[in-house]
Design a protein around this ligand. Structure first.
Ligand code: NAD
Ligand code: WQD
Length: 343
């Protein structure tokens, strides 16, 4: 039987590459599109090392409609698209809003154009917990009102969700899902694939591992005066392989035509709030070392606490995260050590 063909955008990136690995393990054929603005084609070599499969890939900017159409012209059997490609740095989006709106919205519009014109039925979109802003009530579920959006990046996600919902309303052939990830961290259990920040990272876990390996001399904890159990911010960290697994389950859900409407939304989080200081302690425990950190004032734009109620994904997608904070830290640390030996 021919394999079901899935087009994945942003496949050379952090979450996309882990999802390719899970899709291949589940017997799908994957085609990837990326322009490597935050990644490298070397990712495909790592995927091949892990899975034994080399995948068809295109070096294309999805903001170019003509080139995007070419991918669909050349691959007539695509049954679904998972759209990861986007710029994702919150501070950079504040500095360069036009770049973020142009890249994240134009690429989405081009993909949606193709999905409609080439009759591709299934579509999955990478959204973010950043759309909740500073939520009044915790945990947040899909019915929690959208908060005050702090950055152009988060706005591209909210706008993206709305555009997809509007399209699904009028084009009944499109079946679409938006997945709101909380804080994806960790790396593949092989130690051979993980996040590759091209600049100095802003996110907590790469900052922790880079401090431990010595790339960062001293890390900062942004604030210990929040109204939380230890004064530092609380987040819902979720292993990247659990996020990847959720995409396979979401795809199966769409392919089995289980949706009762043609657009839905799911939170993907662990459901557990972990503070910055607890994350540091978890890392220190598994790596058996002390991190060099200092407490500094709050970072602008940070929400105090957020974590997910992902009951909807548990019930409808039959997805449950398998990894705890220790496994997230352990795999992230293995990956950082692998990079140190191989760069
Ligand atoms: P990433 O930067 O590692 O991967 C995104 C990939 O998309 C990169 O390889 C980049 O080169 C590619 N890309 C960007 N614009 C493109 C374009 N115009 N044409 C072709 N390729 C393009 O990011 P990630 O962490 O893997 O995130 C994947 C998705 O998940 C993004 O949409 C991101 O906004 C979303 N998300 C990420 C997080 C997170 O913390 N990592 C949290 C919530 C949501
Ligand atoms: C986590 C906590 C920091 C670095 C971001 C995006 C969000 C989503 C996930 C894409 C915060 C603290 C961090 C450091 C620290 N991405 N911290 N020292 O801000 O929750 O979410 O990634 O959609 O949109 O905003 O993640 O990892 O940056 O921060 O103390 O050096 O760690 O203050 O409390 P964040 P993060």
């Amino acid at each position: 039987m021919p394999k079901t063909q899935i087009l994945l955008t942003g496949g050379a990136g952090y979450i996309g590459s882990h999802t390719i690995i899970e899709l291949l393990h589940n017997g799908y054929e994957v085609i990837s599109v990326d322009n490597y603005n935050n990644s490298s084609p070397k990712t495909y070599e790592r995927i091949c090392q892990i899975t034994g499969d080399s995948i068809k890939h295109y070096d294309i900017d999805l903001c170019d409609l003509g080139l995007t159409k070419k991918v669909f012209d050349e691959n007539a059997e695509i049954r679904g698209v998972i759209h990861f490609a986007a710029l994702k740095s919150v501070p950079e989006s504040v500095e360069k809003p036009v770049l973020y709106y142009r890249n994240n919205i134009n690429s989405l519009l081009n993909i949606l154009d193709c999905i409609r014109n080439y009759n591709i039925p299934n579509f999955i979109f990478s959204s973010s917990c950043s759309v909740y802003g500073n939520a009044g009530q915790l945990p947040v579920n899909e019915d929690t009102p959208i908060g005050i959006i702090e950055s152009p990046y988060a706005y591209t996600k909210l706008l993206g969700e709305r555009i997809i919902q509007d399209c699904a309303k009028v084009h009944s052939t499109i079946k679409a899902l938006s997945l709101r990830y909380f804080n994806p961290v960790g790396a593949h259990s092989s130690g051979l694939n993980g996040e590759l920040p091209t600049n100095r990272p802003n996110n907590l876990v790469p900052v922790i591992t880079q401090t431990a390996i010595g790339k960062i001399k001293e890390m900062s904890v942004f604030g210990n005066d929040y109204k939380t159990r230890d004064g530092s911010c609380i987040r819902d960290y979720i292993h990247v392989s659990d996020i990847a697994d959720a995409h396979v389950k979401a795809l199966k859900y769409l392919l089995a035509e289980k949706q009762d409407s043609n657009y839905s939304l799911f939170n993907l989080g662990s459901g557990k709030g972990v503070s910055v200081l607890e994350a540091i302690q978890a890392f220190e425990k598994i790596a058996k070392l002390k991190l060099n950190y200092k407490i500094v004032p709050r970072r602008a734009g940070d929400v105090e606490a957020i974590y997910s109620d992902s009951t909807k994904a548990h019930k409808l997608l039959h997805w449950k995260p398998q990894h705890d904070i220790y496994s997230m830290m352990e795999t992230a640390w293995e990956w950082e050590q692998h990079l140190a030996k191989n760069q």
